[in-house]
Design a protein around this ligand. Structure first.
Ligand SMILES: *Cc1c(COP(=O)(O)O)cnc(C)c1O
Length: 400
């Protein structure tokens, strides 16, 4: 039987591993399986390709190779940056972050709060953007670190990292950014940005799951989170995940090559998809700022229908999309991101995220556009509350 065609519109959850990445990794799973810390040639020989991968990733973010520390994932990178800032500045016990962070920052900060640290979770505007003056006012003399995501995984909304970094630098406060969603989609330049820590995850960049990195600016005081051997300049214990690091490096190279495509071709696909849905289906509205967001993400509310129902019917057609972040799917709680933007729970629960990527085609967008209007009509007809659905989208502030 032919495998069913997959229509994958969930690239913010994870991405297909690029064939070039698989190809680059294979020799390190088969022939070159030595330990780079070994003294003999068979092991030591793996150290050089490891350095090459580090250089490829440094090039992606305009860092120096020695500023790159490999970790097991984006989550570990976020935890590590915050943890280090607290340990290296024992007198500072305040963390400044936002209410819309990925759970890798949010839950870790909440746990630290239980351990006696103080955390400010900044609210966001109805369009998901950040009030920079509020951030400035919330800085305290005992703020150890400001940790902000660059691009939101649910809405794609971008935070003004350059401005945040400038403010923090002038106040002598460390800055970390979770740039997991930004990599490969927008230009990343840590020099220009002037930040201290930056997290990336390979599986959002067409490489495998279970590998990430933390950029640590030169001369930044640092304490490891995973303690053990002296790998990664003593910054992260554990034998290097050689094949995955090699794959991550190749993915970084490809990301640079495809960055332009992501901004032109993928953006055009996303815009056509979004515009058509807004125009052809009544009661649809966008969540998040229209311009200040990633070129691949569209988060839409379908008034009067539960996202769960939409996703189930899409799934039957081989279409993958999501509501909220994948990490919270299965719970009936409305998305914490949309809730923080002030969306009423019903609208948050009717919201679907469509996230495109390198491998999406115009035909796939056509397929989605052909089926989604019927799905919404069908669900509305079946819903007992259907009469209450306004034909026009409610004029919520977040729709701007
Ligand atoms: C996926 C994601 C993470 C977590 O990365 P993992 O490698 O899955 O741990 C962190 N932050 C953002 C914004 C993400 O989208």
């Amino acid at each position: 039987m032919e495998p069913r065609k997959l229509y994958y519109f969930d690239n913010n959850a994870t991405t297909r591993v690029a064939p070039e990445v698989v190809e680059a990794m294979l020799p390190y799973l088969t022939e070159h399986w030595g330990n780079p810390s070994s003294a003999y040639q068979f092991g030591r020989g793996v150290a050089r390709p490891l350095d090459q991968a580090r250089a490829q990733l440094a090039a992606l973010i305009n860092a120096e190779p020695r500023e790159i520390t490999f970790t097991s994932c984006g989550t570990e990178s976020n935890n590590t940056a915050i943890h280090s800032a607290l340990l290296t500045q024992p007198g500072k016990r305040h963390i400044l972050t936002t209410a819309v962070e990925h759970s890798a920052t949010l839950k870790f900060s909440q746990q630290l709060q239980k351990r006696g640290y103080e955390v400010t979770f900044l609210p966001v505007e109805p369009d998901g953007t950040l009030d920079i003056h509020l951030l400035e006012k919330s800085l305290r003399p005992d703020t150890a670190i400001v940790s902000l995501m660059w691009a939101n995984n649910e809405t794609g909304v971008l935070f003004p990292l350059e401005e945040v970094a400038a403010i923090c630098r002038s106040r002598g406060v460390l800055v970390h950014t979770d740039a997991v969603q930004t990599a490969g989609k927008l230009k990343l330049d840590v020099r220009e940005l002037g930040i201290d820590f930056l997290s990336l995850s390979a599986h959002k960049l067409h490489a495998p799951k279970g590998i990430g990195l933390l950029y640590i600016k030169r001369r930044t005081k640092f304490m490891p989170y995973v303690v053990g051997g002296s790998q990664e300049q003593g910054r992260r214990g554990g034998t290097e995940n050689v094949p995955y690091i090699i794959g991550f490096g190749r993915a970084a190279e490809l990301a640079l090559e495809h960055q332009e495509d992501e901004n032109v071709r993928v953006r055009a696909l996303r815009d056509r998809l979004e515009k058509t849905l807004l125009k052809t289906i009544p009661g649809v509205s966008r969540n998040g700022h229209r311009e200040r967001r990633l070129p691949n993400t569209s988060n839409l509310a379908f008034a009067g229908v539960e996202a769960e129902g939409i996703l189930m019917l899409l799934d039957q057609l081989g279409i993958c999309a999501s509501s909220g972040s994948a990490c919270t799917t299965g719970s009936l709680e409305p998305s914490h991101v949309l809730t923080a933007m002030g969306l009423p729970p019903a609208r948050a629960r009717s919201s679907v995220r469509l996230s495109l990527g390198r491998y999406n085609t115009a035909e796939e967008v056509d397929y989605l556009l052909k089926h989604l209007p019927g799905i919404i009509a069908r669900l509305r007809a079946a819903s007992p509350a259907a009469e209450a659905v306004p034909v026009r989208a409610p004029k919520a502030a977040a729709a701007r």
